[in-house]
Design a protein around this ligand. Structure first.
Ligand code: ATP
Ligand code: MG
Length: 716
């Protein structure tokens, strides 16, 4: 029968089999992308269950996402049947931590019914604390403190553990104190944030040996996927639990460590055998996912990183198609050509489910979402809201909707106090009462109260300014271009400034999104047309079961695989990200390169890279320079399929992808469009025509023989 025969072992290679069968003692499986690490974990669980070494509830298994946990459960069930049902301890660090904390809530001063705050709640709470402490939120934005607290929690630090110097980062040394106040408030509210889901269990394990002993007895086996991206808190939590039976199996790939910016410590994987003496290390070298050209390209790219263990990867399948590199004139053309290619593949019989577009920055998604709506292609965005559903975009749209229609109460209510204008819930309540009583819109009600005594002078004045602004903006809308209007409104309302003041790491991304929003308006006649389009895009919802193309960030794509992967936006400044390089120097660049490696290795059959020679940001042309990662791809695995005419005018420089000058500053700060203009004046776009295509001696395709040594470039 299935249970006794060990069918699940069939098809595994000897190293994988070894990793599945070595059940006792600590084990590290250290191997490159697509070598079957996750498959080994799944099979190992199947094996444990099938041989009766443990019951489902005695296995702790950590995956990177909830989706991955569901898939793993499903796969185990297909391997060994019903035994697998109910594995209560298979999930993410967060979900498992939450289960544990509910069981011992009282030891953390909580009731088992505690709520888990999302980021918005967390920020709101911090704002209350700052205002109670009389700390100027303009100078010390709540998000920065939230970020600092998350950072401490990721490092396993409770308020009293925070080193004195660390606290100085916020509000003149008050960070530590505020962190303590925040924790106290959470307890009063019977609430926790995400960081607490591990931090509190760690504390409970340390303080209550009897509780830890329960888990030592319970968990006969522990397994962790994507170990390279664990942070200190996760590591501490694991180490405490693993002191019991010591049957801990971690799998990971140092080349895929991409969450350093969020506190992940690749060192965890490097020092595994020190922390778990006697640990066995198994390496897997055969890659079953990607065709040889794809793997060859990825291996060679990652070999440019100095800080790595190095490993061999051998393709198992065919040579397949070369990785393609296509240049586009701008991001619009990039989206069009990817859209065309998708339809092409569809005609040949590929499903949309077999394709994914992986972007470096979320603002890049907008162009694709718009294109898909135009083409009528179903799509889904994984790991984040769709472009027009993001907080900052919804806020900005709310301003525009109010201008378009002063009766749009929902929009008005959304932004009446964003940014903060001292118009709190009580004021809005008053406005609502008036509006309902007089059957008028909130905006009209707001205009009315500015002449009455119903509100205190301060909110009244604030409303007067706001409603006068709206009147003025609505008038301007009649003669101004709608893109300029949008910029003006975001500026004058203080909305852009609000994010500029915000020093949390996602603020810059939000500002980029706002610029992208304005840029997206350009293709529409007027404001009305644009807003209509947005409501259509918002309506185009794709469910899990629909055949749809996947759109997500490179970070979100970890562990996944698709037949075809589209990789747009390979330009200096965007990818590698200028911000990462500025903040983290050489280490930042290496993390970006790992991200590129993760991106390419998601592909089974096709990896298609794109760059645009111009990105229109904020309505202005900015010429961009092809990513250095393109130069790092080995010729024999790459085909340059298309280069825009304008691109080949750059007939100088040494590199295949002609970087004109050393890159300085962010793409968006460089007045690149001026350079483009100067070049145009100097020589014209078509005439020069040397470019890399000419140097390669052929119009479009890089000549290069396919050698079967696709792994020879992998560092060892
Ligand atoms: P990543 O580093 O990207 O997370 P991974 O090492 O976890 O990759 P898996 O996702 O487990 O790799 O496997 C990659 C692909 O190879 C999957 O489609 C898997 O089913 C297949 N595969 C793994 N091992 C074998 C094998 N022995 N024979 C055939 N196919 C295999
Ligand atoms: Mg995996």
């Amino acid at each position: 029968s299935r249970m006794s025969g060990g069918d699940y072992l069939e098809g595994l290679n000897p190293e994988q089999r070894d990793a599945v069968l070595t059940l006792d003692g600590p084990l590290l499986v250290l191997a490159g992308a697509g070598t079957g690490k996750t498959r080994v974990l799944t099979t190992r669980i199947a094996h444990i269950l099938a041989t009766g070494r443990a019951r489902p509830q005695e296995i702790l298994a950590v995956t990177f996402t909830n989706k991955a946990a569901r898939e793993m459960k499903h796969r185990i069930a297909t391997l060994v049947g019903d035994v697998a049902t109910g594995m209560p301890w298979l999930g993410t660090f967060h979900s498992i931590g939450a289960t544990m904390l509910r069981r011992h809530a009282e030891l953390a001063g909580l009731k088992p019914s505690f709520t888990i705050l999302d980021t918005d709640d967390q920020i709101r709470l911090i704002k209350q604390i700052l205002s109670a402490e009389n700390i100027d939120e303009k100078r010390w934005p709540a998000r920065n403190l939230a970020w600092a607290i998350d950072g401490w929690k990721n490092r396993g630090l409770t308020p009293k553990d925070v080193p004195p110097g660390d606290g100085a980062l916020f509000a003149n040394g008050k960070g530590k104190e505020l962190y303590a106040a925040y924790q106290e408030r959470l307890r009063v509210l019977n609430a926790v944030d995400f960081g607490d889901l591990l931090l509190e269990p760690i504390r409970i394990f340390r303080d209550h040996a009897d509780v830890l002993a329960i888990y030592h007895q319970r968990f006969k086996f522990m397994l962790v996927d994507e170990y390279q991206d664990t942070n200190v808190a996760q590591y501490l939590w694991l180490r405490l639990l693993a002191q019991g039976p010591r049957n801990l199996c971690c799998v990971g790939d140092d080349d895929q460590s991409i969450y350093g910016w969020r506190g992940a410590e690749v060192d965890n994987i490097l020092r595994f055998d020190k922390d778990f003496p006697g640990a066995k290390v198994i390496r897997l070298e055969r890659n079953y996912r990607s065709d040889a050209h794809i793997l060859g390209a990825a291996s060679h790219l990652i070999s440019h990183n100095k800080d790595r263990l190095g490993k061999t990867l051998r393709p198992q399948g065919e040579d397949g198609e070369r990785v393609t590199v296509s240049g586009a004139w701008d991001s619009g053309e990039e989206a069009r050509s990817i859209g065309d290619e998708i339809e092409n593949l569809q005609r040949k019989g590929d499903s949309l489910n077999s394709m994914a577009i992986l972007v470096r920055a979320s603002f890049q998604m907008r162009e694709f979402e718009d294109r898909f709506v135009t083409l009528g292609l179903d799509y889904r965005v994984i790991g984040g809201p769709r472009f027009y559903e993001r907080q900052e975009i919804r806020d900005a749209l709310a301003y525009l909707r109010c201008i378009n229609s002063s009766a749009d109460d929902l929009a008005f209510e959304r932004i009446v106090n964003v940014p903060k204008r001292g118009l709190g819930d009580a004021t809005v309540q008053t406005l609502n009462n008036i509006a309902r009583g007089a059957r008028i819109s909130l905006m009209e009600a707001a205009r009315m109260v500015t002449d009455s005594e119903e509100l205190k002078p301060k909110p009244r004045e604030s409303l007067r300014v706001l409603t006068q602004n709206f009147t003025r903006w609505a008038q301007a809308a009649d003669h101004m271009k709608h893109t300029e209007l949008a910029e003006m409104v975001l500026d004058e309302s203080g909305y852009t400034e609000m994010w500029r003041q915000d020093r949390s790491p996602d603020a810059a991304g939000r500002l980029e999104n706002l610029k992208e929003l304005v840029r997206s308006m350009e293709q529409f006649e007027n404001l009305q047309g644009f807003l209509e389009h947005v409501s259509l895009v918002m309506d185009a919802e794709s469910g899990e079961n629909v055949d749809a193309i996947t759109l997500m960030t490179l970070h979100g794509a970890k562990g996944l695989e698709y037949d075809t992967i589209f990789l747009p936006g390979w330009e200096e400044g965007l990818f590698p990200s200028q911000r990462t390089m500025d903040e983290h120097g050489a280490a930042g660049l290496e993390e970006e390169r790992r991200l590129a490696y993760v991106g390419i290795t998601r592909a089974r059959r096709r990896a298609k890279i794109y760059f645009a020679t111009n990105r229109r940001i904020h309505g202005q042309w900015q010429s961009s320079i092809p990513s250095r990662f393109l130069d790092e791809l080995p010729e024999e695995h790459v085909e340059v399929v298309e280069a825009p005419a304008a691109f080949s005018n750059r007939g100088f420089g040494e590199s295949r992808f002609d970087r004109l000058e050393p890159f300085g500053g962010s793409t968006y700060d460089t007045p690149g469009w001026q350079r483009a203009q100067q070049r145009k004046q100097a020589g014209g776009f078509q005439e020069r025509g040397a470019g890399f295509n000419a140097r390669r001696g052929g119009p479009m395709v890089i000549e290069g023989e396919l050698v079967a040594k696709s792994t020879s470039n992998a560092a060892s």
